[in-house]
Design a protein around this ligand. Structure first.
Ligand code: RP5
Length: 165
């Protein structure tokens, strides 16, 4: 059983989506990471949503490029939260994927994050925040990770100030 299901529309998306896996791992969150396409394998997409939801998946993360309908197709089949990562790479630079992912009809939201690696990281952080609503230990790990980010910024600030003074 995995708390988070990460799906991407093609193996060609892997490099841009992998940071999502790294963040989930660093927070100790269980996940499955796989490929399924809204257009090329609609039946597989539907089966993954059905099976993983029945096994206890709580959040779905979907990454796709071009006419990026994977997150929407998943949102149509589950009432669990769905997070969408638009992937660039087309001749439209990812604007196509961004709009296709974010412009969902009322009642079927996809929480759309930024394009590519930055979005992949934030998809994992957002999934963690959702899961932490019902998991005190995970909430503590999230708070600790954010405290470290603050410390890192302060340290970088001090280093830059010292370098240029
Ligand atoms: C989308 O089409 C995929 O998510 C990918 O970003 C894009 C191109 O897919 P490939 O032709 O590289 O498999 O469905």
């Amino acid at each position: 059983m995995a708390d988070v299901v990460i799906m991407m529309g093609s193996k060609s998306d892997e490099e841009k989506v992998f940071p999502c896996v790294e963040v989930l791992k660093s927070l100790g969150i269980s996940y499955i990471f796989t490929v399924s396409s809204a257009h090329r394998t609609p039946e597989r997409t539907e089966a993954i949503v059905r099976e993983e939801e029945s096994c206890g998946a709580k959040v779905f993360i979907c990454a796709a490029g071009m006419a990026a309908h994977l997150a929407g197709a998943v949102a149509a089949r589950t009432s669990r939260p769905v997070i969408g990562i638009p992937v660039s790479g087309s001749s439209l630079g990812g604007m196509d994927a961004l709009l296709a992912t974010v412009q969902m009809p009322p009642g079927f939201p996809v929480a759309t994050v930024a394009l590519d690696k930055a979005g992949a990281r934030n998809a994992a952080w957002l999934a963690a925040q959702i899961l932490a609503l019902a998991d005190r230990d995970l909430y503590a790990r999230l708070e600790a990770a954010r405290a470290k980010m603050r410390t890192d910024v302060e340290k970088a600030g001090a280093e830059i100030s010292a370098k240029y003074s």
